[in-house]
Design a protein around this ligand. Structure first.
Ligand SMILES: CC(=O)N[C@H]1[C@@H](OP(=O)(O)OP(=O)(O)OC[C@H]2O[C@@H](n3ccc(=O)[nH]c3=O)[C@H](O)[C@@H]2O)O[C@H](CO)[C@@H](O)[C@@H]1O
Ligand SMILES: C=C(OP(=O)(O)O)C(=O)O
Length: 420
């Protein structure tokens, strides 16, 4: 199994090219299931989750081609199955996003229940009740969600009692070809929702309000294909910016989307970073300063993203002063804390908050993380720890970061991937 070996690194300097967003690409690739026409997606990141999605789509009978490393061509007019098997779904929760499109287009879908995962229980009740409101009959049998509808799904007014990114995406895709108008209330407002809406609109969907908490979708009979470029990854961008900040560096993220990162940039400025942005780039300069601790609370967009929480916990460990980071989205998303403590971090977990005393002297150690962003926080810790840090189980990182060691290495980090 591969691991990353990191030694204390100089201040990171230079340009880093940001990849397409994993969390935008995953739902976008599922849009091919809503049409019989070919679909082309560009700026698709090369990640394990994308490979899993393509395997899942192939299993359903979708024709898949990758003419260039970040281009994907999909054609679902050869579909032969409506079953997403446990073997694939268990490795990637976003597989649940085939449910809405398959049900809307084929009238039927069997999707393995994703089950709990390292960061929390992550139920899918909102996906299911929303589809039921649209006329689907759904039962859960032998670990599978078995959904059916007679004729087409029907437009409905759906209020979600929690803000869910995945449920908003699943229901928006299903509603795009339902009969009548669907209104999603308390919808998620993440930039990836807006990106999905733009792609669906290019395919002929009638969607208004994406990016607000009320999305109105007037169903159309059929959608055409698409040629769509995936949004830049705001979480990858934020991760590189935090890595630059903790090393006291000066880094420019290119091919980025600054307007998707307001809450993160705000906290970096509070930490003492000088931030400059252009249309598609963000530059961070610490001007030789050590960061100051920040306090923050994760919440749905446009507030601070849970997917950046772990990286900021690492920042707070070495920063000046006390900082309190509170996680409100997932009930078990502090697995990086015990590992950071093993590296010498002075952090205490108090309920759903990580309280750091700051100015910890980190020391390299063998560490491992059980989720993607926790792994990223340990990589960042490795850059500033004395000695060698070995980050194990990096298949989590490979789910969500394209060539992380090459990109960090090009900025001056001492990092290499080794096979054991
Ligand atoms: C592939 C992808 O885009 N993943 C992102 C997506 O995950 P995902 O779409 O799975 O996250 P959700 O927004 O659905 O989850 C938010 C909260 O709602 C709860 N919930 C969700 C659905 C449901 O039916 N019932 C329910 O109770 C979840 O357990 C969680 O506590 O948004 C999360 C929150 O920004 C991010 O951390 C993930 O990186
Ligand atoms: C939690 C994440 O992803 P997923 O929803 O795919 O598990 C993430 O991207 O940080």
């Amino acid at each position: 199994m591969d691991k990353l070996v990191i030694t204390k690194s100089p201040a990171l300097r230079g340009d880093v090219r940001i990849s397409g967003a994993k969390n935008a690409a995953l739902p976008l690739l599922m849009t091919c299931l809503l049409t019989d026409e070919p679909c082309r997606y560009t700026n698709v990141p090369r990640l394990r989750d994308i490979t899993t999605t393509l395997s899942l789509l192939r299993e359903l009978g979708v024709e898949v081609a990758q003419p260039a490393s970040n281009d994907v061509l999909l054609n679902a007019n050869t579909l032969k199955s409506v079953t997403a098997s446990y073997d694939l779904v268990r490795t990637m929760r976003a597989s649940i996003l085939v449910l809405g499109p398959l049900l809307a287009k084929q009238g039927k879908a069997n999707v393995s229940l994703p089950g709990g995962c390292a960061i929390g229980a992550r139920p899918v009740n909102l996906h299911l009740t929303g589809l039921e409101k649209m006329g689907a009959k759904i039962e859960v049998d032998e670990g599978y969600i078995r959904a059916e509808v007679e004729g087409r799904l029907k437009g409905a007014r759906i209020f979600m009692d929690m803000v869910s990114v995945g449920a908003t995406e699943n229901l928006m895709m299903a509603a795009a070809i339902a009969q009548g108008t669907t209104i999603l209330e308390n919808a998620a407002r993440e930039p990836e929702i807006v990106d999905l809406a733009h792609c669906l609109i290019q395919m002929g969907a009638k969607i208004k309000g994406a990016g607000s908490d009320k999305i109105t979708i007037e169903g159309v009979e059929r959608l055409s294909g698409c040629d769509y470029r995936v949004l830049p990854d705001r979480i990858e961008t934020g991760t590189f910016l935090v890595a630059a900040a903790v090393t006291g560096g000066h880094v420019r993220c290119t091919h980025a989307a600054p307007d998707t990162l307001d809450a993160v940039l705000d906290k970096l400025e509070q930490a003492g970073a000088k931030i400059t942005t252009g249309e598609d780039w963000i530059e961070l300069d610490m001007e030789g300063r050590k960061p100051t601790s920040v306090s923050l609370k994760t919440a749905p967009h446009p507030a601070f993203p849970t997917d950046m929480q772990a990286q900021f916990v690492t920042l707070n460990c070495i920063a000046e002063g006390t900082g309190v980071i509170t996680e409100t989205i997932f009930e078990n998303r502090f697995m990086h804390v015990p590992e950071l403590q093993r590296m010498g971090a002075e952090i205490a977990l108090e309920g759903n908050s990580a309280v750091s005393r700051g100015s910890s002297q980190l020391k390299g150690a063998p560490v491992m993380a059980t989720d993607l962003r926790a792994s990223a926080s340990l990589v960042i810790a490795g850059l500033i720890a004395e000695g060698e840090t070995h980050v194990n189980r990096i298949y989590h990182l490979d789910r969500g970061y394209e060539s992380i060691e090459e990109k960090l290495g090009a900025l001056g980090a001492n990092i290499k991937r080794v096979q054991e």
